[in-house]
Design a binder for this molecule. Structure first.
Ligand code: TTP
Ligand code: MG
Ligand code: MG
Length: 379
């Protein structure tokens, strides 16, 4: 009897560990404004406000984002530009229009860096990504923290930008955690710390609780996430409907099962780049294409794999996305085949498309392990 119950405990503990995931959420700090600071180091230390000017001219429009110097004066995303100017009228501040081309390019480069940290990668917005690092870290939070530091360091070294990272057992918690120590932050919430992290927070801090919902919750006497977690689930459903009621209950208890959704399955290796200028001239694009092939090929060699399918991705000047791919008769792993096939796919695409190309990518899928090397590994 005793043995059985011990056994049961052991099994339930195992099941629990088996389910534990480790998710890292990366969010770049004051992203648009930080990109501008990087391009113009003289802005550093001054309030920098990136603005979406409306067609009406003058100062009409809203603040897209601002650096932390400007935030100390009360400047926030979404406020009218004239309000930000009023808050900053005593100081020398920098007001700039949005430059999406720059932010997209930097975002793409950073996402490419992050993609290498886990096969399970999901870009959540222009400056955010979730990574399932369970396998990569062997479910070890100490290793996860070190990996998060590596990500931060690599982004800083290669792109000159700081970001904040949250590490936690699920996507929702990791996102909340990332926002906790901004800027240049890193916070880890281990499974046993989930409740002590969540419960004292005001309900307004929960992702999905907007101002209106917050007001309703406060009226119900729900002030903290602990109040929300302990509120009768039936009553939550009555007030907020089944979907949201369940979500609030689970979220406040630190439960979120949603997987990191890789956009195209993680069985692919890809690299993408933005051309220096939009072009429909094969000779102009080819060196970029070959560079991408080389980068993809390096990963193939590193990962010791062979592939059967390959393709190109193209973003045209009107931002529409296209892909062209082929599947070969047998597995290959050599750079020449990859280059030749990509060349042909691009040549064909250019003949078909009247639009100039803005971004180009190379992708290989349909893998197998390279047997020769595997054999050698065992010797
Ligand atoms: P956020 O990550 O929300 O904000 P942020 O990166 O500027 O600041 P931080 O993460 O350090 O708090 O948004 C990313 C970018 O999206 C932001 O730099 C500009 C843009 N954005 C807007 O244009 N309007 C908005 O209302 C918000 C919130 C963001
Ligand atoms: Mg951000
Ligand atoms: Mg963000």
């Amino acid at each position: 009897m005793v043995k059985l119950s011990l056994n049961r405990n052991y099994i339930s503990k195992m099941l629990k560990t088996a389910k534990t995931r480790i998710i890292a959420h990366v969010d770049l700090d004051y992203f648009f404004a930080q990109c501008e600071e990087r391009e113009n180091p003289s802005y550093k230390g001054k309030p920098v406000v990136v603005c979406v000017y409306s067609a009406r001219g003058g100062d009409s429009g809203v603040v897209s984002t601002a650096n932390y110097v400007a935030r100390r004066f009360g400047v926030k995303s979404g406020m009218p530009i004239f309000s930000a100017k009023r808050l900053l009228k005593e100081v020398e501040a920098v007001f700039l229009p949005v430059n999406h081309e720059l932010y997209n390019k930097i975002s793409d480069e950073i996402m490419e860096i992050l993609r290498d940290y886990s096969g399970k990668f999901e870009q959540r917005s222009i400056d955010e990504a979730s990574l399932d690092i369970t396998e990569r870290t062997g479910r070890n939070y100490g290793r996860a923290e070190k990996l998060a530091l590596d990500m931060k360091r690599e982004i800083l070294m290669s792109e000159g930008l700081t970001c904040s990272v949250g590490v936690a057992p699920n996507k929702l918690l990791a996102k909340m955690t990332a926002g906790f120590n901004k800027p240049d932050g890193l916070k880890v919430v281990r499974p046993e710390e989930v409740k002590s992290f969540l419960f004292p927070l005001p309900v307004g801090e929960l992702y999905g609780v907007g101002r209106k919902t917050e007001r309703v919750m406060l009226e119900l006497g729900i002030n903290t996430l602990e109040d929300l977690a302990k509120y009768r689930i039936e009553d939550l459903v009555k007030v907020f409907g089944e979907k949201m009621g369940m979500y609030f209950h689970n979220a406040a208890n630190g439960v979120d099962e949603s997987p990191v959704r890789e956009r195209e399955g993680f069985v692919q290796i890809s690299k993408i780049t933005t051309l220096k200028k939009d072009s429909s001239d094969l000779n102009e694009i080819i060196s970029d294409l070959y560079e991408l092939c080389k980068a993809v090929h390096e990963r193939i060699v590193n990962d010791n794999i062979v592939f059967r399918s390959l393709g190109i991705m193209v973003v045209t000047e009107n931002m529409s996305i296209h892909s062209r791919s082929i599947t070969l008769d047998s597995y290959v792993s050599d750079l020449e085949t990859l280059k030749r096939a990509c060349y042909e796919l691009l040549e064909r695409f250019l003949k078909e498309s009247p639009l100039k190309i803005r971004r180009i990518g190379v992708r290989v899928t349909n893998f197998n392990v390279a047997s020769q090397k595997t054999l050698k590994d065992f010797q």
